[in-house]
Design a binder for this molecule. Structure first.
Ligand SMILES: Nc1ncnc2c1ncn2[C@@H]1O[C@H](COP(=O)(O)OP(=O)(O)OP(=O)(O)O)[C@@H](O)[C@H]1O
Ligand SMILES: [Mg+2]
Length: 260
C-alpha cells in the first residue's frame, strides 16, 4: 500500500506560450482558453459542466499526455480509426507524482465499441483479464462492469468519460463501491467526467465545474446536478406542468352563417 496521498497525476497546466493557433478549436472553448493550473485530487477528480463546455476535450488531452491512446483503452492499445492532431496536448504540462501507475485505462464514451473490438483482436490471453467473455457479447452496461471488475486493478490511473452512460441506477451504485475500493484500498487515481448525480456523490473527491469562462472547484451540494435533480424529483408534477404546459388554444374563427 502506497498510502492515501499517492497520486500519479498531481496537476495540469496550460502553457499559453506553446499554443500555436489560439483562434482555433479547442482554444475557442472558454474553459480551455482560460485554464491556468488544475490540481488533481489524490483519489477522485470530477469534471462537470454543460454539454459542450470542454470536459471531454480536456480529459482526452490529459489522457494523451499521460500516454494513453487518444481513442481509449490501456497504454498498450495502439489502434486508431482516425488521425487527429492534439494541439491542446502540445500546450499542456502534466505534473506527475513520484510513483508511476502500474496500470490504467482511458474510457472514451464514444469509442467503447472500438476498445471491445481491439480486446477481441488481441486474443484469449488479453480477453481473460477482462473476465473471459467478449465485450461485444455483453450488453453495454455488463461489458462496462466487466471492465471495471476484472481489468481495473491496484495502483491504476483511470480516466473515464461519462461512465454512467451504460449503467442503470443500481449499477451506478455498484460503480461507486468499485471506485471506493480502488481509490481508497488499492491506491488508484481517477479523473472522471460525469453528469450523473449518483456518480458525482462520491465523497472522497474534488469536483471542478467547467463554466462559460473558467474551471472552478465546487461542492457537490452546489452543483446543478444535485440541486436540479433533487428539486425535480421532489416537485415532479409542478415541473412537468410548467415544462409541458399545452399552448393556449387558438381563438376560434368567426364562422359565417350561410344566407338562406
Ligand atoms: N473537432 C472539433 N472541432 C471543432 N470543435 C469541436 C471539435 N470537437 C469538439 N468541438 C467543440 O468543442 C466544445 C467542447 O466539446 P467537448 O466534447 O469537450 O464538450 P463536453 O463538455 O465533453 O460536452 P458533453 O457534456 O456533451 O460531453 C463543443 O462546443 C464542441 O462542439
Ligand atoms: Mg463530453
Amino acid at each position: 500500500m502506497l498510502g492515501p496521498f499517492t497520486r500519479f497525476l498531481r496537476s495540469v497546466e496550460l502553457r499559453r506560450e506553446l499554443i500555436s493557433e489560439p483562434s482555433k478549436h479547442p482554444f475557442t472553448v472558454p474553459a480551455i482558453r482560460n485554464l491556468d493550473t488544475l490540481e488533481f485530487h489524490p483519489q477522485v477528480t470530477f469534471f462537470i459542466g454543460e454539454n459542450g463546455s470542454g470536459k471531454s476535450t480536456l480529459l482526452e488531452a490529459i489522457a494523451v499526455a499521460a500516454g494513453f491512446n487518444a481513442e481509449g483503452g490501456t497504454k498498450n492499445f495502439t489502434f486508431s480509426t482516425r488521425t487527429e492532431e492534439h494541439p491542446l496536448r502540445s500546450a499542456l504540462r502534466l505534473v506527475r507524482g513520484i510513483n508511476k501507475p502500474a496500470t490504467g485505462f482511458f474510457l472514451r464514451a464514444e469509442s467503447f465499441f472500438n476498445v471491445a473490438t481491439e480486446i477481441d483482436r488481441l486474443g484469449d490471453g488479453i480477453l481473460n483479464s477482462y473476465g473471459g467473455k467478449s465485450l461485444h457479447e455483453q450488453s453495454h452496461g455488463e461489458a462496462f462492469m466487466a471492465l471495471v471488475n476484472h481489468r481495473f486493478g491496484e495502483h491504476g490511473l483511470y480516466l473515464l468519460d461519462e461512465p454512467e452512460a451504460a449503467l442503470s441506477p443500481q449499477r451506478q451504485l455498484a460503480l461507486l463501491v468499485a471506485i471506493d475500493r480502488l481509490a481508497r484500498q488499492e491506491d488508484c487515481q481517477f479523473i472522471i467526467a460525469s453528469h450523473s448525480p449518483i456518480v458525482l456523490a462520491y465523497p472522497h473527491a474534488q469536483l471542478f465545474s467547467f463554466s462559460s469562462d473558467a474551471i472552478t472547484p465546487v461542492r457537490y451540494e452546489e452543483t446543478e446536478h444535485f440541486m436540479l435533480t433533487r428539486d425535480f424529483l421532489m416537485n415532479r408534477e409542478r415541473y412537468l406542468a410548467r415544462l409541458l404546459e399545452d399552448p393556449p388554444p387558438e381563438p376560434a374563427r368567426p364562422t359565417r352563417r350561410k344566407k338562406r
